[in-house]
Ligand binder design. Structure first.
Ligand SMILES: Nc1nc(=O)c2c([nH]1)NC[C@@H]1CN(c3ccc(C(=O)N[C@@H](CCC(=O)O)C(=O)O)cc3)CN21
Ligand SMILES: CC(C)C(=O)C(=O)O
Ligand SMILES: [Mg+2]
Length: 276
């Protein structure tokens, strides 16, 4: 049989408690999206810590203008494919739009993404009361949760576009308060997206759980990007906070390795990828 990971050197598996240890030790966490087994294998080979099956697949894979058309069936299909390409990399899967309609749907989504597809953790956007309940319900059933705050793409119609969040002092204070509540509800990880550098710094300092930034400045405990953005193959305009790591390099593997090195050394994100 063809063995997907035959050439990947043995690596200690990345775990949820291991991520907390990385924050404590000041070791930056490298995260990238993947949507299929081949890209998963590229992440694995480059030693990326976390693979995210993002609902961004609705945009970069399916060609929609937002993440809203993505269904739980789509997420399960892509998560299972990515799981087959990984061995030591921790696998996180997004809960799709409206999976939070009630707790039974949240738990059903958790059961399918973790039990059926092979994710180790699920990600959920926001900090509304029903989201805090969802985080607690998943955590109580031993499904680790990654929270996601700031520019939460499933709220695109409420925001009026993919707008940077937390620019005003009061809004920034609200995001920080939300971060404390998702941590208290049981989240083991937080993605902070599309916020000013100073807010990314405050949230990262205030929380005991690791904070992974995307357009949230260099002070976070780790960074995440959509893989199409960091390979320069996103159709149309890519977000300002992303960088084409394939430019000037000769392979996808070299681009991912350069991204991992630049995140770990703190070279990425640079000021031109940040908001003030
Ligand atoms: N290719 C891709 N990359 C992503 O990072 C991404 C997706 N798709 N799809 C789901 C969400 C949507 N995201 C986006 C999309 C666009 C911007 C954007 O264009 N932002 C403006 C800033 C607007 C402002 O200043 O308020 C930018 O210039 O980057 C940001 C986040 C992040 N996620
Ligand atoms: C951009 C990341 C954080 C995400 O949620 C996604 O890819 O869907
Ligand atoms: Mg997402």
């Amino acid at each position: 049989m063809y063995v997907q990971n035959a050439n990947v050197p043995d690596r200690k598996p990345v775990t949820v408690p291991g991520l907390l240890a990385m924050k404590t030790q000041g070791q930056r966490i490298v995260m990238l999206t993947a949507y299929d087994a081949s890209f998963a294998w590229q992440l694995e080979a480059a030693g990326v810590d976390i693979a995210l099956v993002g609902d961004s697949l609705g945009m970069v894979v399916q060609g929609h203008r937002s993440t809203l058309p993505v269904t739980l069936d789509h997420m399960v299909y892509h998560t299972a494919a990515v799981a087959r390409g990984l061995s030591a990399t921790l696998l996180v899967a997004d809960l799709p739009f409206m999976a939070d309609r009630d707790i039974s749907h949240v738990l059903q989504a958790g059961a399918r993404l973790v039990g059926e597809a092979g994710a180790a953790m699920v990600k959920i956007e926001g900090a509304a009361p029903h989201i805090l309940e969802a985080i607690a319900a998943l955590t109580a059933r031993a499904i680790p949760v990654c929270a996601h705050l700031g520019l939460t793409p499933q709220s695109v119609h409420k925001f009026g576009g993919f707008r940077i969040q937390g620019r005003e002092q009061a809004a920034a204070d609200r995001v920080l308060a939300e971060a404390l509540t998702v941590q208290a509800a049981g989240a083991d990880l937080l993605v902070m997206e599309g916020v000013p550098v100073e807010l990314g710094k405050r949230v990262t300092a205030a929380l005991s759980i690791p904070v992974i930034g995307i357009g949230a400045g260099p002070h976070c405990d780790g960074q995440v990007l959509v893989i199409h953005d960091m390979l320069g193959i996103t159709p149309g305009k890519r977000p300002k906070f992303s960088k084409d790591f394939l430019a000037g390099r000769d392979s996808v593997g070299a681009a991912i390795a350069a991204y991992a090195a630049d995140v770990r050394s703190g070279v990425f994100p640079a000021p031109e990828h940040c908001f003030n």
